[in-house]
Design a protein around this ligand. Sequence first.
Ligand SMILES: NC(=O)c1ccc[n+]([C@@H]2O[C@H](COP(=O)([O-])OP(=O)(O)OC[C@H]3O[C@@H](n4cnc5c(N)ncnc54)[C@H](O)[C@@H]3O)[C@@H](O)[C@H]2O)c1
Length: 276
Amino acid sequence: MNLAGQTAVITGAASGIGREMARRFGASGMQLMLADVEREPLGEVEAELRGLGYAVASEVVDVREYEQIEALEAATRERFGNVHLLCNNAGVGSGGPVVGSDDLDMWRWTIDINLWGVIYGCKVFLPAMMQHGEPCHVVNTASMAGLAPSALMGPYTISKYGVVALSETLSLEMQMAKSNVGVSVLCPAFVQTGIADSKRNLPTELIADHGAEQPGEQVLRDLVASGISPDEVAEAVHQAVLDDTFWILTHDELNAGIVARAQSIVAGEKPRFVGF
Ligand SMILES: NC(=O)c1ccc[n+]([C@@H]2O[C@H](COP(=O)([O-])OP(=O)(O)OC[C@H]3O[C@@H](n4cnc5c(N)ncnc54)[C@H](O)[C@@H]3O)[C@@H](O)[C@H]2O)c1
């Protein structure tokens, strides 16, 4: 893809990996539609990028709401015309065991954002992207947690395995259709972002029951702080879009864990944590 002058839509663009993607694709001359549920930080990113001379607009969007994604698509078309790059990136981290805690609504919140938000993005944007026929690309943000098992992160892990499955399915279908749309799935391990403080976006009705700090959240915060920088991730995404690379893996030292999982499946072994 030649990116200059083309249009990118990025969800979760107000912070972390999404913000760095916006900076990176803006530097490549793309027109940017930034979407996020956090109004103020979103406005700050938009102002920063406009100050650099980039063509940028933003919409406050909750990716759990299909109609809001439809409105985002309409606003992008009106402002910039055809969409060429869609980054379904908005996400939250939340922990918890499968059994033993009363947190079904936290499971729903996590899966609604991390998986349904990506499904909605693909369903809403892809038909027009395929129809206009110009070179296009979709990047879905999953995680290393979508490629290898971990305990006590049930809703997050499930949502990210789902995003990997969705992306593989989509890639196969785009290849079958000889479509103009390339697909990538981003699977980083820890990256220095705001993910460990995802509960800042908890819906009001969940705050009383789930807003308090839980055991393990500081551990997650420390792991995230030890991660790679989000601009490295954005650089890898940028390169994958240029090269039409499906798997975007950012932590080479963990690739052996992906192989170990595959080997354990065919060896008939029980799941084991392979580390990340
Ligand atoms: N940071 C990591 O270690 C790491 C590792 C693997 C994958 N990821 C994934 O990267 C993606 C980006 O997260 P990040 O690490 O940059 O965290 P972040 O918290 O810095 O950014 C996430 C952004 O998503 C937005 N968001 C949350 N809920 C939303 C909603 N309902 N609708 C729209 N926007 C919403 C937030 O406001 C925030 O701006 C997520 O999908 C996350 O799961 C992160």
